[in-house]
Design a protein around this ligand. Structure first.
Ligand code: IPE
Ligand code: IPE
Ligand code: MG
Length: 239
């Protein structure tokens, strides 16, 4: 029996390098990254993953050259309008995660439309983190509680966080060779298994995703307990 992660989160890194290696503009790498993502969403659904969360644009990515930032905004709008009918037909529910207030009217409308069009779907929940940062998420959750005059506890913060509609990610994958979290799910990844791939995101194919899932199946998740404590529970479950 293989253990398929219920929730996979991915830092889709390496688009720029993929393009630069080919003497192409960086935005060409992001476009290629959309192809990779389309295949990844489909494959996750096929493998029985129930939640996929991707990091598409970080709070810090505003610091990139203006033409790259506008290219990414445009790409999000275009990709959504092109892909939503297919995702809808495949049972994928889209959920946007991030600070919408800084996004253009056009992008915001595209996100709302994508969420509304796929709201009834249950095969795979697809969270798109765009203008997202882990610190932003913790701060907005705390601000919300303070505004309501509610006590700040682990449980209340967790419920106010932007991914409170799904369980924490079981597996966090980062492509592109860097071994850092870059302000992705700081709160939610507390007990996620981390998997780093040297493949650039546009090259992260079906075999690479299957290898990450297989690697996850070999991990022992202890959540603070000892290995020995886990054995009886496993035996009981198997009996
Ligand atoms: C990740 O690819 C996508 C975004 C951050 C939008 P990069 O654009 O960071 O690619 P590299 O790391 O420069 O290769
Ligand atoms: C993380 O990648 C953000 C996304 C993939 C959207 P970056 O390329 O922005 O991260 P750093 O700058 O290398 O840490
Ligand atoms: Mg990068």
């Amino acid at each position: 029996m293989t253990t398929v992660p219920h929730h996979i989160a991915i830092v889709m890194d390496g688009n720029g390098r993929w393009a630069t290696k080919r003497f192409l503009p960086r935005v060409a790498g992001h476009k290629k990254g959309v192809d990779s993502l389309r295949a990844c969403v489909r494959q996750c659904g096929e493998r029985g993953v129930k939640v996929l969360t991707v990091f598409a644009f970080s709070s810090e990515n505003w610091s990139r050259p203006p033409e790259e930032v506008s290219g990414l905004m445009e790409l999000l709008a275009v990709a959504l309008s092109r892909e939503v009918p297919h995702l809808k037909a495949e049972g994928v529910r889209i959920h946007f995660v991030g600070d919408r207030s800084a996004l253009s009217e056009k992008v915001r409308a595209g996100l709302l439309q994508a969420e509304a069009a796929t709201a009834g779907n249950t095969h795979l929940l697809f969270n798109i983190c765009f203008n997202y940062g882990g610190r932003w998420d913790i701060a907005q959750a705390a601000a919300r509680l303070a505004e309501r005059g509610e006590p700040i506890t682990e449980r209340s913060l967790d419920a106010a966080m932007s991914l409170s509609h799904v369980p924490d990610p079981d597996l966090v994958i980062r492509t592109g060779g860097e071994q850092r979290i870059s302000n992705f799910l700081l709160w939610q990844a507390a007990y996620s298994e981390l998997y780093f791939s040297d493949k650039l995101w546009p090259d992260f194919d079906a075999a690479a995703l299957d290898e990450a899932i297989a690697d996850f199946a070999r991990r022992e998740r202890r959540f603070g307990r000892t290995s020995e404590q886990l054995q009886p529970a496993t035996a009981k479950k198997a009996a």
